[in-house]
Design a protein around this ligand. Structure first.
Ligand code: ATP
Length: 312
């Protein structure tokens, strides 16, 4: 678990991060979202001490980061940034091996880890490992950046706008990949973005920052249903709120007893998917099935619209 208390950064007496406290559970994704200049990157960089806090405390599993040596911080906290930060004159394999090498791992262990990580990120090791960064697509470079950050099995991964340089289609794929890797490895991730849609898609919790403070720290559904301030409401975007909310709630939560005709929808799909299916197929009711295909009941369009209206 990561404990952050009273974290503050001042430049020339001017606070850019003000008294931020939070606890981050292991194996969760916390997304820091906010407008430009709200202090997100400075906050993130104080966690691995790339920026030295003016005041406050960061503890990882009970150890104050001030008591950790630089190499230990690097091992325990992986760091991935927007333009991936790969070293241009090093191959992909050497880039990924940066921290393990610093830690003195032997060659065999490093090679095995590079191979394993490339496979995890769905890159062909034989093809990609010997390449140089300029020989990669944007999406591949981004994944290599994540592989490098994961190399020494860190306790925590810090990601600063990791998908910022990707086009929307690749970005959505990269987000889905990150989520599935995180679920598989049980990684603890703190990710900075200015994109609320990304925050809602990825976050177990979202911290909304404004002028150096955390204005709200809550799960996505709560941010959507109960924005704590006008600022949070603006970031969420009034027009999209109902749709974003529907995309977070599984069909199982609005399933009623009964039977209905036509192609069913799976209970773990979202209400948004159900509504899209209803519009597409011109139906007002869909049968709902479980993962194993057994009937679970039905979902009505009225119930979806009620759910959407609850946040409108
Ligand atoms: N080294 C520095 N010296 C002085 N001021 C700084 C320094 N680094 C950051 N700042 C200021 O701190 C504020 C917060 O910057 P920060 O980069 O943390 O914001 P951000 O929310 O990450 O913004 P963006 O989304 O644009 O990256 C800004 O006003 C910035 O100008």
């Amino acid at each position: 678990m990561i404990r952050i208390e009273g974290l503050t950064k001042e430049y020339a007496g001017n606070a850019v991060v003000r008294d931020v406290s939070m606890e981050i559970e292991a194996a969760t994704i916390t997304v820091i979202v906010g407008t430009s200049g709200s202090g997100k990157s400075t906050f993130l960089r104080m966690i691995n001490r790339l920026v030295e806090p003016t005041r406050g405390l960061v503890e990882i599993d009970g150890t104050d980061t001030r008591e950790m040596k630089a190499y230990e911080l690097r091992r325990r906290i992986g760091y991935a940034i927007q333009d991936h930060g790969l070293f241009p004159h090093w191959t992909v394999a050497r880039n990924i091996a940066t921290v393990p090498k610093l830690l003195g791992w032997d060659r065999k262990k490093i090679d095995a880890r590079v191979h394993e990580l490339l496979e995890l990120l769905q890159l062909d090791p034989d093809e990609i490992a010997p390449r140089y960064p300029h020989q990669l697509s944007g999406g591949q470079a981004q994944r290599v950046g994540v592989a490098r950050a994961l190399a020494a099995r860190p306790d925590m991964l810090l990601m600063d706008e990791p998908f910022g340089a990707l086009d929307p289609v690749i970005r959505a794929k990269a987000q889905a990949d990150l989520k599935s890797i995180q679920e598989r490895l049980g990684s603890t991730i703190l990710l900075v973005t200015h994109d609320m849609a990304e925050a809602i898609r990825l976050g177990d919790r979202i911290a909304v920052m404004s002028e150096g403070r955390v204005e709200q720290l809550a799960p996505p559904a709560e941010i959507l249903t109960h924005p704590a301030s006008d600022n949070v409401r603006n970031l969420v975007g009034d027009d999209d709120r109902p749709f974003r909310y529907l995309s977070l709630i599984p069909v199982s939560e609005r399933t009623e007893e009964g039977t209905a005709e036509g192609t069913p929808i799976a209970a773990d799909r979202s209400l948004y998917d159900a509504l899209a299916e209803m519009i597409w197929s011109g139906r007002e009711v869909l049968p709902v099935v479980g993962k194993d295909g057994t009937a679970r009941g039905l979902v009505r369009r009225g119930a979806l619209l009620d759910a959407a209206r609850s946040v409108a």
